[in-house]
Design a protein around this ligand. Structure first.
Ligand SMILES: Nc1ncnc2c1ncn2[C@@H]1O[C@H](COP(=O)(O)OP(=O)(O)OP(=O)(O)O)[C@@H](O)[C@H]1O
Length: 989
């Protein structure tokens, strides 16, 4: 993924904010001085130099973006990771500088401007590259990493969310598992993410800062780009691979260090402050370790793992990143201590060396598509999840509502129950009262009837008394008695009272009746009132059942969908795995092809070198041959000269009349020498002609090969199927071979023309049928001597011919023998196999019969030498169905050596082969010189044939060895021949 890293130091800029109103009101004075026109800051006796100083007499703050952020943005588009870290005590202006505040004022901060530039750049470069942007926003609060873009966090209350885990990838890069990466395509979308995160960030008021950040925040912009012009296109037009650059820009707003006392923090704020200081301390330690040259060189441990903050900033501090640290300080003198600390750390951070490299990756074409697909699917999945979440929440809300209604109803029901109990109690009271009244009424009735009875009795008694009185004492009646009157009055009063009682009792009875009726009505009403409640209850129960059913259905549906999503996820994972596998496969194939190509090119190079060596050697051979031919021509000339001289001497002798018998033996010798010379010359001409013929043939062959290769080359360059003959060659090999063949053809043409001129020169005046050649013969005696000499030469030639015939016969017999041996050996092998199979079957059946197989061992052993012998060229020819042009007499040595039996005797006798005694080897009969000549002739022709064969069939790089050995043989032959020739020519020349 990465190319060679580039060393770059962490750039440090100092940002001095102005004195705040409350600071100046509290009598705060500025304690920092900036040396004008430089980036040097003085604080008391301390002096610090930074890369840039903004504010407080340094460069204006507005320059900060151009000088600190723009280079990082340029690097981001080149593929480098970048980080901007704002560091400093609480209230020193980090959030203000970075613009990580949800307020409008954040628009002056770096983040807002970074976004502007990024989208401007994308707009400008969109014709060259494809871009994709993602953002993530996290905070480290109380040593826990939290996602600020996760849905569900509101107003910095992420307590209900799980903290993110830091994971280390196989390449050593750290990542946050499960952090939200939002794809953004517009400035608005990105700033919305920033705003959302800022709102979710933990902020609280302290004595030092009204809006103090309680966490370290990291806003990451991930820029993926694909160069449109850098696709590698294959000949078929398919895109083979794509180059991707994926770089990240981290914008870090740290929480400020604070003193609990000055910040006035208690409780939660105090705990937060402790955690913030812990993280910053760890960061300070890392900066110290990295900023200390000595420690760094000694390779001492860097305590990245001491806090989450340092772990996450590991790449930015001493890693693969271009980093700018903005140290924010307050100029107020009562913050001097903290400011000095910040300056010290910032100064140390300048020594930190990062190794930034371009985050480049080459993917196969479909990876991009797959990534997009994956992204789409992930988006769809999250969309679905969200939709499901909404649905579930709806259902939950519904359930809550229903449950509330249900509880209300239950409450009401309970109320009704208690009411009805109360009513029942009242009812029973009433019933009791009614019964009481009834009993009272009954009693009243009884008393009433008693009274009526009594009244009636009285009345009747009074009537009886009156009648009696009137009858017995009329005077009394007249006078009237006071007792009777009193009694009468009493009775009347009694009656009136009773009447009165009766009336009141009747009234009471009526009232009670009314009361009873009312109570009965009330009871009926209560009964009626109880019934709707039950209805309502039943209704509610039904509703609850319905809702429960709905919930159950929804749950089931959700479970099904979840299952579906899970299976989709599994499928996706499998697909991704498959794609990865395919990619791996492709990569492996590609690497294999690359290796093969490298191997081929290496081979071609070696081949080229070998062919060059071969060419040089051929050139040497040609030169040698030319020299040889020149020597031969010279010799020929000398011979011609000597011949002319001899003829002249003879003529002179004849003309001067010198006595012939004087130097007879000398004359005869001269004649013989002349004859030998004549024969040699003729033989030389024949040899030259034969050479010419052979060379013409090989020249034609070379030309044919050359034209075929050229034809092949032309066909392959036009993309047409090339005509095939023999093994297919790579274009490089073919080109090399064409060049070598062309040079060969050229040299062969030159050699041919030289040969033909030599033939012409040597053949001039040497016609075998020419009668002029016998002019030197003057007498029959001379002729007889010459004839005798010729006869001995002819006899010698015949003898040689005969020997050759014998030799040919021997060879024929030898090859027949070899064939029969091979046949018998194959038969033996077959027999062995059959027997072994039989033995095996028998062994499988009865293990005791195993020994039988061992009896056949000699046969196997017998054929072993044949099998085990070294492979010769003859075997190769035999394998290929070819015959050697001159079979080497070694065929006899296949199974037997002179006088030595190389196989078990029994087997040797069984087979038809013969042992060849030493004396029978025809070569042994020949004189040493001739034998050498014969072998060397055979070897020469064999080698030539072999070279031709190898040219045609073998790999060219094996030729050099062959030619080497062939040259060696030839050189030794030439030496022998030279010796032979010199021996023969010695006395003549
Ligand atoms: N360069 C500046 N010009 C004017 N006002 C500034 C500047 N820098 C900071 N301030 C003001 O100082 C106050 C504190 O700033 P800020 O909140 O950015 O500090 P901080 O370092 O982020 O503090 P903390 O670490 O507590 O979050 C704010 O009211 C801010 O408006």
């Amino acid at each position: 993924m990465e190319n060679s890293p580039e060393n770059c130091n962490v750039k440090v800029a100092l940002h001095i904010r102005p004195l705040l109103r409350h600071e100046s009101q509290n009598g705060g004075r500025e304690c920092l001085d900036v040396v004008p026109g430089t980036a040097q800051v003085l604080m008391g006796s301390h002096s610090f130099i930074f890369d840039h100083v903004y504010g407080g007499g340094g460069s204006p703050s507005k320059n900060m973006f151009q000088e600190c952020a723009v280079p990082l943005l340029d690097a981001l588009f080149q593929g480098y990771n970048g980080t901007i870290i704002a560091y400093g005590q609480t209230g020193s202006g980090k959030t203000y500088t970075m613009g990580t505040s949800p307020k409008e004022s954040s628009h002056t901060g770096l983040m807002f401007q970074v976004m502007n530039i990024i989208f401007d750049k994308i707009q400008k470069l969109q014709h060259e590259s494809e871009f994709q942007l993602h953002v993530s926003f996290i905070e480290i609060l109380k040593e826990e990493v939290r996602d600020l873009l996760e849905s569900g966090i509101t107003n910095g209350n992420p307590d209900n969310k799980h903290p993110l885990q830091i994971r280390k990838a196989s390449d050593g890069a750290l990542s946050l598992s499960g952090s939200t990466e939002v794809s953004v395509s517009t400035h608005k979308e990105m700033s919305a993410c920033l705003e959302q995160g800022c709102l979710n960030r933990s902020v609280a008021s302290t004595d030092m800062n009204n809006q103090s950040s309680r966490s370290h925040a990291i806003f990451t912009i991930i820029l993926e780009q694909k160069d449109k012009n850098k696709d590698e296109t294959s000949s078929s037009g398919l895109v083979m691979s794509e180059e991707y650059r994926c770089a990240k820009l981290h914008l870090v707003d740290l929480a400020g260090s604070e003193r609990a006392k000055r910040a006035g923090s208690e409780g939660v704020r105090l705990k937060e402050g402790i955690q913030i200081n812990k993280g910053l301390l760890a960061l300070g330690n890392v900066i110290s370790a990295l900023g200390d040259d000595k420690k760094r060189k000694e390779g001492l441990h860097i305590p990245y793992r001491d806090s989450k903050l340092t772990r996450l900033l590991q790449a930015s501090l001493g890693g693969n990143c271009k980093t700018v640290m903005i140290a924010c300080v307050s100029p107020a003198d009562y913050n001097a201590e903290e400011t000095l600390n910040t300056l010290k750390y910032a100064n140390r951070a300048r020594n930190i060396q990062n190794k930034a490299s371009i985050q480049k990756e080459v993917f196969p074409a479909d990876t991009h598509k797959l990534r997009q697909q994956l992204r789409l699917l992930q988006a769809e999945l999250s969309h679905r999840k969200e939709a499901e979440l909404v649905e579930v929440q709806d259902l939950k809300r519904k359930i809550d509502r229903l449950e509330a209604t249900n509880s209300e109803l239950v409450e009401k029901m309970n109320e009704y129950h208690s009411k009805s109990a109360r009513v029942e109690a009242t009812n029973s009271e009433l019933v009791q009262k009614m019964n009481e009244y009834r009993s009272e009424y009954a009693f009243v009735e009884v008393s009433n009837s008693e009274l009526v009875q009594k009244t009636n009795d009285y009345r009747s008694k009074c009537v009886v008394v009156d009648l009696h009185d009137t009858d017995a004492n009329p005077e009394m009646k007249l006078r009237g008695s006071p007792d009777v009157e009193a009694r009468e009055r009493q009775s009347r009063e009694k009656i009136i009272a009773l009447e009165e009682d009766k009336r009141s009792l009747q009234i009471e009875r009526d009232r009670l009746r009314e009361e009873i009726a009312r109570l009965e009505a009330a009871e009926v009403q209560t009964m009626n009132a109880q019934n709707p409640e039950a209805d309502l209850e039943a209704k509610h129960e039904q509703e609850i059942e319905l809702v429960k059913q709905k919930c159950h259905d929804a749950k089931k549906r959700l479970q099904d969908e979840l299952r579906g999503i899970k299976s989709q996820k599994v499928q996706l994972q499998q697909k991704v795995k498959q794609d990865e596998e395919q990619y791996r496969q492709w990569k492996a194939d590609h690497e294999k092809q690359m290796l093969q190509l490298k191997k081929d090119s290496r081979k071609s190079e070696v081949e080229l070198q070998k062919l060059q060596a071969l060419y040089q050697r051929q050139a040497q051979v040609l030169q040698r041959k030319t020299e040889e031919a020149e020597r031969a021509t010279k010799k020929l000339k000398e011979l011609l000269k000597s011949q002319k001289l001899t003829t002249k001497q003879t003529i002179r002798r004849e003309t001067t009349g010198q006595p012939r018998g004087q130097n007879r033996s000398g004359q005869i010798k001269t004649l013989k020498r002349w004859l030998d010379n004549e024969l040699d010359k003729l033989m030389h001409v024949y040899k030259l002609r034969m050479d010419h013929e052979n060379r013409t043939l090989s020249h034609a062959k070379l030309k044919e090969d050359l034209s075929f290769l050229k034809q092949q080359d032309r066909a392959s360059s036009r993309g047409r199927p090339a005509p095939q003959r023999g093994p297919s060659l790579s274009p490089n090999t073919r080109a090399v071979r064409i060049v070598s063949l062309e040079s060969k053809v050229k040299s062969s043409t030159e050699a041919l023309s030289k040969l033909s001129s030599q033939i012409q020169e040597a053949g001039r005046g040497h016609d075998p049928a020419s009668a002029g050649r016998w002019k030197a013969l003057h007498s029959l005696g001379d002729a007889k001597e010459l004839l005798q000499h010729l006869f001995s030469i002819a006899i010698e030639a015949r003898r040689r011919l005969l020997e050759k015939e014998y030799e040919a016969k021997d060879r024929h017999a030898g090859s027949t023998q070899t064939a029969s041996i091979q046949k018998s050996s194959s038969l033996t092998n077959k027999l062995k196999e059959i027997e072994e199979r039989g033995v095996k079957t028998a062994r499988d059946k009865t293990p005791s019969k195993r020994s039988k197989g061992l009896e056949l061992q000699p046969l196997t052993i017998g054929s072993a030498p044949l099998k085990g012998r070294a492979t010769t060229s003859l075997d190769i020819f035999a394998d290929m169905g070819l015959e050697s042009p001159l079979p080497f007499p070694e065929s006899r040595q296949l199974d037997s050596k002179a006088g030595i039996c190389n196989r078990p005797l029994k087997v040797a006798f069984k087979q038809t082969q013969k042992m060849i005694p030493m004396a029978h080897v025809s070569m042994k009969k020949l004189p040493l010189g001739e034998q050498k000549g014969k072998i060397s002739r055979w070897r020469r022709s064999h080698d030539e044939w072999l070279i031709q064969f190898k040219w045609k069939w073998q790999k060219p790089w094996k030729l050099s060895n062959l030619i080497k050995t062939s040259d060696q043989v030839r050189n030794s032959d030439d030496t022998l021949k030279g010796q032979d020739l010199s021996l023969r020519l010695g006395p003549t020349t």
